[in-house]
Design a protein around this ligand. Sequence first.
Ligand SMILES: [Zn+2]
Length: 482
Amino acid sequence: MPRSLAITIFLTIAVPLFSTDTLRAGAAQSVITPELNGHAVYLAGFGHNRVATGVHDDLYARCLGLGIAKQTLVVCSVDLIGLFYDDVLTIRRAFQHTTPAGSVLIVASTHTHAGPDTLGLYGPKPLESGIDGKYLDWVDQRIAVTAADAVHAMKPARLEFGRDDHPLLVMLQGVDRPPIVKDPFLYVMRLVARSTGETIATVVNWSDHPEVLGRKNTKITADYPHWVRGYLEKKMGGMTLFFSGSIGKVSPLGHQVALTDPETGKIAEDETWRKAELLGTEIGRLAEHALKRAQPANVDSFPIRTDTVFVPMHNPNFRVAEAAGVFAGRKPFYTNGDPDPAVEMRELPQFGRVNYATGHNIQTEVDYVLLRSNGVPVAEIVTVPGEIYPELVNGGVARYPGADYAEAPIEPVLREHLRTKYQFIFGLGNDEIGYLIPKAEWDEKPPWLKNAAEPWYGEVNSVGPDAAAAVLRALIALISRQ
Ligand SMILES: [Zn+2]
């Protein structure tokens, strides 16, 4: 072979098909359904002692890896009620053993109310943990392996974004605590393999508690996201990941969300598989529709910003639960930045004489990812470590007679600080600290908001009246950082 020809061939092979700043994407999934044989699996989300009797559909950890040059981000959606920050830190340690240095992992729970208790609050009775430590350790490792699998599956990809903000989307969300404010935005992203044009993954972000099956159901299920994923995977191929958004007080249960069953012509009843199927299929259909007019984006960088936050602990039930070991050591309390396991005896009306954890706050995290094309921001991902009330995201915090802190300053509104058309909000991102409620609407003491005869539901599932401000202030500092 003449020397010049050999060189030509060598150069042809050596020139990469794609430049190093080409986006790569990969997806992986694992089943994380608990074993039911031989021991009680406590289902999370409603009351105590709801023991699983079977599996309707498997629970999954689904991960999407995104890479540009040496930077890697993995986002995982897991069909669980929530994972505490310490579990996410455990998952990250295992993940980092098998992935390039600097790889970032975000784990968000869908908040299904028909999966195992991974928070401890739904055990056989109050102050008895529902956590199965062996299962949860296994799940943590399983998520880490799945996240690493997504990185190893990455290949050159194209990215497109879709959204739907039609006013009628509010009809898929029910809210029955004032103010009746929602965050009815559907965001979708799709990753397509450059080599084949096939879908690698579709990401759907929508806000509605996955609790259609209700408190009487004892079959494990991912709830309506199961049908969102089933619909889209059939239509688009690849893997679909579902992320719950601003779901505080937002439910598909109740008469506000009326879905007509085309087979019977009647409205599907709450707590039925049919309503879950109709809702999930509808969200899937809307996501597919949004992708038909999707905007392709040549994303060539995605700076990731992260901060830890200490959130003041106010909730006496959580203090008693912590002292009783309900959280199984997975949600430590802190004082002055250090873990503080201190407890003291207290007399509380609802418990009698009990141990009471006295640490001042809990630690959590907020993340902000900016996806850019040629330096121009095109999309954003925000993680919120709990269930945020929609008015804190979309605006509309209200002042009512009866509020405990009537003069409280109103927290910054998240979407007012976001700057792109595609604003993904991953609720229960990297933690589940419960409801984030505007302080001006906080209402633990009578008179009740709007002079209602009964207390409103919410505060019992919140760390406290200052949690929302702590999280939002930290997030907005991240977003504004240059
Ligand atoms: Zn919830």
